[in-house]
Ligand binder design. Structure first.
Ligand code: NAD
Length: 392
């Protein structure tokens, strides 16, 4: 089959296996060019197939020679349909890890379920002498089936109390338009917190703790986002931001229980805005990221997922310092360069001026598009897109 991109809204419904493998290789190459990392050796990544979770898995494996178990929810190919990008990424990661002699096992299934938690525990018992050193929680999901309450929760991206108006962009056509997003209902606010808040993270840690598979001094890290004032109503002060605040509070309670249980720790890492499948779905954010990339590339401070996570490992989590540097709320701040005052002031003035007419000149929409297609394995140099592929 010859595989072409098919875009529906903010998602591409096809993925290119060779292109996804090349994208994974590019990230592995970046990590291999950097200094080796002194980090724990048995790492569980929940949400390991794309975006920040995949970058974490690559950094752990190829930067620190760590064994990794990756959990994700991805679609296998059928005769007519390509697999999802995360599926191809994970196949490519596993192949590269095996070639490098690195342990890498994956579990494809619903991380919110009890069954997948149990499968992970069984694997840790079987392969890692019942010890995991680091658990990364990097899920981004539109829904969660809660096996205890037997309810499906759906997350929404809406403001909390009043209608929000701002600019947004159609990344394909480059049309900048006004968007109006009505405030969420109290049910939607509750649901979003159930999906993207800290409840499931806590259930994971509780299950691992009860199974006695947490190593002494274990750490767990969940990823969060704050972003600029421009996006506050839709992000930080919206339904997703409320869920992220719940995630951040969960870190505090997990730290208390892990400290008592095994001298462990729970962290939040506030990462920077990057192009991923999850961020592409948030209204307004792609336009902001296009402007942010323009400014950060100009200043030489630009990072994608892999650069962010390599810096998280080497400058925050695993340094020669006795403690991990955190802000006044106990959070690791990887968004320091994004929220730098001079950077934000330039982004803000570009934001005020950006329109359909000047988008190509004043933003990095070209870079955004390239990154977006790359998420699905398209428009990558040296990949033959004319080739007839076996997609299975
Ligand atoms: P992503 O869409 O690239 O990755 C999401 C991952 O979650 C994938 O591996 C997917 O398979 C997995 N997943 C989704 N539902 C699942 C389920 N039910 N069971 C198992 N796996 C499931 O997202 P991302 O942007 O890398 O986001 C990861 C985390 O980083 C999120 O918490 C997000 O809020 C945070 N973050 C993202 C950004 C950004 O700009 N993208 C910035 C800061 C923080």
């Amino acid at each position: 089959m010859i595989v072409n991109p098919k875009i529906r809204g903010f998602i591409c419904t096809t993925a290119h296996p060779t292109g996804c493998a090349a994208h994974v290789q590019e990230q592995i190459h970046y990590v291999k060019q950097q200094k080796k990392i002194c980090a724990p050796k048995r790492i569980l990544i929940i949400g390991a197939s794309t975006g920040y979770g995949l970058a974490t898995r690559i950094t752990a494996a190829f930067g620190a020679n760590a064994k990794t178990i990756g959990v994700f929810l991805e679609k296998k190919a059928t005769i007519k349909r390509t697999a999802s990008a995360g599926w191809y990424n994970s196949v490519a990661f596993k192949k590269a890890a095996q070639e490098a002699g690195l342990y890498a096992k994956s579990i494809n299934g619903d991380a919110f379920s009890n069954e997948i938690k149990q499968q992970v525990i069984d694997l840790i018992r079987q392969d890692w002498c019942s010890q995991v050193d680091l658990i990364i929680y990097s899920l981004a999901s539109p829904r969660r089936y809660d096996p205890i309450a037997e309810v499906i929760y759906y997350s929404v991206l809406k403001p909390l109390d009043k209608t929000y108006f701002n600019k947004t962009v159609n990344i394909l056509t480059g049309e900048v338009s006004q968007i109006e997003i009505k405030a969420a209902t109290s049910k939607e606010i509750f649901h979003t917190e159930k999906v993207m808040g800290g409840e499931d993270w806590a259930l994971w840690i509780e299950a691992l703790k009860n199974a006695k598979v947490l190593a002494k001094g274990v750490s767990t890290v969940a990823y969060s986002y704050i972003g600029p004032e421009i996006t506050y109503p839709i992000y930080r002060q919206g339904t997703i931001g409320k869920a992220k605040k719940h995630l951040e509070l969960t870190a505090k309670s997990l730290t208390k229980s892990l400290a008592l249980h095994c001298k462990g720790n729970a962290f939040i890492s506030v990462n920077k805005g990057v192009v991923t499948q999850a961020s592409a779905a948030i209204p307004v954010v792609p336009l902001y990221i296009s402007l942010l990339y323009k400014v950060m590339k100009g200043k030489g401070t630009h990072e994608g997922c892999i650069e962010q996570i390599y810096r998280l490992f080497t400058k925050r989590l695993f340094t020669s310092e006795a403690t991990v540097p955190v802000d006044e709320h106990g959070r690791i701040r990887m968004d320091d360069w994004e929220l730098d005052k001079a950077t934000q002031s330039e982004v803000k003035s570009l934001w005020e001026n950006v329109s359909t007419d000047n988008l190509e000149q004043i933003s990095d929409i070209k870079g955004y598009r390239k990154e977006f297609f790359k998420l699905f394995g398209f428009k990558i140099n040296n990949v033959n897109y004319e080739a007839d592929l076996n997609i299975l």
